[in-house]
Write a protein that binds this ligand. Structure first.
Ligand SMILES: NC(=O)c1ccc[n+]([C@@H]2O[C@H](COP(=O)([O-])OP(=O)(O)OC[C@H]3O[C@@H](n4cnc5c(N)ncnc54)[C@H](OP(=O)(O)O)[C@@H]3O)[C@@H](O)[C@H]2O)c1
Ligand SMILES: [Zn+2]
Ligand SMILES: [Zn+2]
Length: 378
């Protein structure tokens, strides 16, 4: 490898190849930029989906490949002259989405590219910009969140937790329509309410942790029967795990009483709409799952519409997250580490070397959250 080159893991979409590349080491160009040495990169369904070459995964601008990786933790090794918020040695997590170039896009102009109107945004490691599955990367300070050293082993989970952070911030914004809700001083906003999390993958487990932190009585409704590793984590945080192979949605609703909030983390439309059908009065349903676009399901449309109206229900979707959601994710990971250290530890199945990329991206590695650790010899 040349002296100015480093290892990177990426895809060449035109050739449908998942490869280990030599990529030029990045340098800070702008005075507000920071150079970061990668420590951990999480692998998620999005990375694996890009490697199927069916949807998404456009190369970085000016390149015929895309470096993967959007769930990252790194250490600052260099700061530009105008970097005021970070110093060498700090741990940081980067956000993923960058604004579109259209000056008329009000969300992007307001720094809320997670709500971009044009769809011309880029996403590091996903769409049009190289990601973090490489030894070094450079980013503007405004897209970085400081991580306390105590979270060194877990901050790679910040990005998948931000999905719940944004989803639940949106929930409380939307439920301002219920002016008597969550207003008692000293009470957490979910206290006395029931939340159902659909799915027990990393998005569901982290979503369930957030629901418990918010004070909800939390139930996780997923597939595999107990006993299993995911159910063990769910029970360790004081939530209840229920398999839909054993309990129907109607039985679930009867068991819980009123379902006030549903955080969907399945990517399965049929199960989701079956649960919408049994939600309670004034309930809200947050979709995060991204199923393949093909395929049709059968739903009781008239019944669902009646319920939405007669029960004042709402359904919303959420994607990506803003800077404050990252800051909240870091704060919540610290609380999770204090309250449920063993459950948190179990979410990260294993750390692998970069050379294991093929099995992790296109094989059947199993586990909950697999992480590639950079800068460590096997
Ligand atoms: N909105 C966003 O910004 C965003 C960001 C990242 C990911 N996502 C999406 O979030 C979803 C979840 O991601 P993930 O990484 O946590 O996924 P995952 O690891 O595949 O987990 C899915 C979970 O759903 C369960 N499940 C699957 N099919 C089911 C069924 N028919 N009935 C009941 N349970 C079922 C699985 O059960 P088992 O445990 O038995 O396998 C598993 O626990 C995906 O659709 C992903 O695309 C969205
Ligand atoms: Zn991800
Ligand atoms: Zn935009």
């Amino acid at each position: 490898m040349r002296g100015d080159a480093m290892k990177a893991i990426g895809v060449r979409p035109a050739l449908k190849e998942v490869v280990m590349l030599d990529h030029q080491k990045p340098a800070t160009v702008e005075p507000t930029q920071v150079k970061v040495r990668t420590l951990d990169v999480g692998i998620c369904g999005t990375d694996r989906e890009i490697c199927t070459f069916v949807y998404g995964g456009s190369p970085a601008e000016g390149s015929d490949y895309l470096i993967l990786g959007h769930e990252s933790l790194g250490e600052v090794i260099e700061t530009g002259a105008k970097v005021s918020t970070l110093k060498v040695g700090d741990l940081v997590v980067p956000s993923v989405r960058r604004p579109c170039p259209d000056p008329r896009c009000r969300p992007c102009a307001a720094g809320r590219q997670d709500f971009c109107q044009t769809s011309d945004f880029t996403e590091r490691g996903i769409k049009g910009q190289h990601g973090f599955m490489t030894e070094f990367w450079v980013e503007d300070q405004k897209y970085l969140t400081l991580v306390p050293p105590t979270l060194r082993d877990y901050a790679v989970l910040a990005e998948p937790l931000t999905i719940a952070e944004k989803g639940i911030t949106q929930l409380w914004e939307l439920q301002k329509r219920l002016p008597w809700a969550n207003t008692t001083p000293g009470k957490r906003p979910g206290e006395g309410l029931n939340a159902v999390v659909l799915g027990a993958g990393p998005i569901g487990i982290l979503g369930a942790m957030k629901c418990v932190l918010e004070g909800f009585n939390t139930f996780v409704y997923s597939r595999s029967k107990k006993p299993n590793e995911k159910a063990t984590i769910i029970e360790a945080i004081g939530a209840e795990y229920i398999s839909n192979l054993e309990v129907s949605p109607a039985e679930l609703a009867k068991h819980i009483g009123s379902i006030d909030f549903v955080y969907e983390a399945l990517g399965v439309a049929q199960v989701s709409f079956d649960v919408i059908d049994v939600m309670g009065m004034n309930a809200a349903f947050c979709f995060t799952g991204i199923p393949e676009p093909e395929g049709k399901i059968t739903i009781p449309g008239n019944q669902l519409m009646r319920n939405l109206v007669l029960k004042n229900q709402l359904i919303y979707g959420t994607v990506n997250a803003d800077g404050p959601a990252f800051a909240q994710a870091i704060a919540d990971l610290s609380e999770i580490q204090t309250r449920w250290p063993e459950a948190l530890q179990k979410i990260i199945t294993a750390r692998f070397t970069p050379d294991d990329y093929n099995e992790l991206l296109v094989g059947k590695p199993g586990g909950i959250k697999n992480v590639i650790a950079f800068g460590q010899e096997p």
